[in-house]
Design a binder for this molecule. Structure first.
Ligand code: GAL
Length: 443
């Protein structure tokens, strides 16, 4: 484990001049989005149904037209190109491509081909996620991630996608943040299917991992040159008091469950965690690259009776800079630590597949961007092969159970009028994308 910045390790001198912070020339500079959050009218999935239930989404917001991408993503592709971005991570909506069990919709596939070619025509390389939180209604109604049959359904869908889009896509991510699906959907009950049940969570864990592994093989069987990886939410869990061994133990337990058991299984075919430990040999060696979705870190205090919370009470570092609505501590060093740790553990190329901050008035995002990119640069300088950075997000979009309140966009977007307005950080990022260099002092 890397020493945290507050650890006992040698402190690095602060870098005053950053003229040398040049990124590799083939670095991918982009943004990330997901289908349900931007397309609009995704009426045939579990999230749309969830949004109709009272009390599920803050302010009773709905995804509705979202950012209108199904009709006109191209207008925003133009904006990406004007902002010098050369990469974009987007997701395909399973409920559009297979609206009923076994029925694959060529017209929907045609629209996605148009979008993917549209990106390429603008010099923007797509990275494609097959599942970003939403399930087709027919899958959700059959038990979703708890039904072992989901692996065979998912792999068939993955094969179709590889056949439909394989000539346009090299980088694939089968499942976005399976750990978030599990924790929010099956332990905290704030995402569908909104249950709090460790036994059901354990079933979902198995099926999420098996489905990733099966999709990995299916994509490779169709496109030998494809690269298939993860987009895993890595959160740092640090002990409340750095010398308290019980705090460190509880923090380690949480980190092992949230961050590592998943990736251990996908590499070695076995893993250990408080929820489940064991072997899944069929999942071994199914990662070509690691996508790190990094937002924040938590502190953990050991509390012996909180068995269901892995013996911890979690909180954000007192006095630390927080993002809007208490979304999390702003902790850029955490990105360096996450990238370094993923590389140290698994030795595969790494991407930052998400990183961003809810910040409506953009008073924190410019600094956030510089400091986090500085952390990426430091990781590269230390030998971590980071190949790209996808900022979350291009524009404000439907933020799941938080509705429209949290504004993650480089571009502000009004869901009622569909008006767009660049925030200052969009320009700042555009300059970095153009030069491949951090221009300002980000020490
Ligand atoms: C991630 C998720 C994204 C986005 C982001 C901001 O966990 O993959 O869809 O919502 O968080 O909260």
């Amino acid at each position: 484990m890397l020493a945290s910045e507050e650890g006992n390790g040698p402190r690095r001198p602060k870098v005053r001049s950053v003229a040398g912070k040049q990124f590799p020339s083939d670095f991918r500079w982009g943004t990330a989005t997901s289908s349900h959050q931007v397309e609009g009218d995704n009426t045939n999935n579990d999230w749309w149904a969830f949004e109709q239930q009272p009390g599920r989404i803050r302010n009773a917001d709905r995804s509705g037209r979202a950012c209108d991408w199904w009709r006109n993503a191209e207008a925003d592709f133009d904006r990406m190109a004007a902002l010098n971005q050369n990469a974009h991570r987007l997701s395909l909506e399973w409920s559009r491509l297979e609206p009923r069990e076994g029925y694959f919709d060529d017209a929907a596939a045609g629209r996605y081909r148009q979008m993917l070619s549209g990106l390429r025509a603008r010099g923007i390389e797509p990275m494609v996620t097959l599942n970003h939180f939403t399930l087709p209604l027919w899958v959700a109604r059959s038990g979703g991630w708890e039904n072992t049959r989901i692996t065979e359904w998912f792999v068939r869908y993955a094969r179709h996608c590889a056949e439909w889009f394989g000539d346009l896509v090299e980088l694939w991510v089968p499942i976005n943040e399976p750990n978030v699906v599990l924790v929010l959907g099956y332990l905290q009950g704030v995402f569908p299917p909104a249950v709090r049940n460790p036994l059901r969570a354990r079933r979902a864990l198995h099926n999420l991992l098996r489905s990733h592994a099966a999709a990995y093989r299916a994509i490779h069987a169709v496109r030998r040159g494809a690269r298939v990886g993860t987009a895993h939410n890595i959160r740092l869990f640090d002990p409340a008091h750095k010398r308290a061994t019980t705090d460190a133990w509880a923090a380690g337990l949480q980190s092992q469950f949230f961050n590592w058991v998943w990736l251990d299984v996908l590499h070695r075919g076995e893993g250990r965690s408080i929820l489940w430990s064991g072997r899944m040999p069929e999942c071994a060696n199914t990662v070509d690259f690691h996508g790190v979705n990094y937002y924040t870190r938590e502190r953990v205090r050991f509390v012996p009776w909180r068995i269901h919370y892995a013996f911890g009470r979690n909180f954000y570092t007192p006095g630390a800079q927080m993002s809007d609505y208490g979304y999390g501590e702003v902790y850029p060093v955490g990105l360096y630590r996450a990238l370094s740790e993923v590389w140290r553990r698994y030795a595969r190329p790494v991407f930052v597949t998400e990183n961003g901050i809810p910040d409506e008035d953009d008073d924190m995002r410019p600094r956030f961007l510089l400091d986090h990119l500085s952390a990426v640069h430091r990781a590269i300088a230390d030998g971590v092969p980071v190949q790209g950075y996808y900022h979350w997000s291009l524009l404000d979009n439907f933020e799941w159970a938080e509705g429209w309140r949290m504004k993650f966009g480089l571009i502000a977007m009004d869901p009622v009028t569909q008006e767009r307005r660049e925030r200052p950080s969009a320009r700042l990022y555009a300059e970095i994308c153009r030069t491949g260099r951090l221009l300002l002092d980000a020490s």
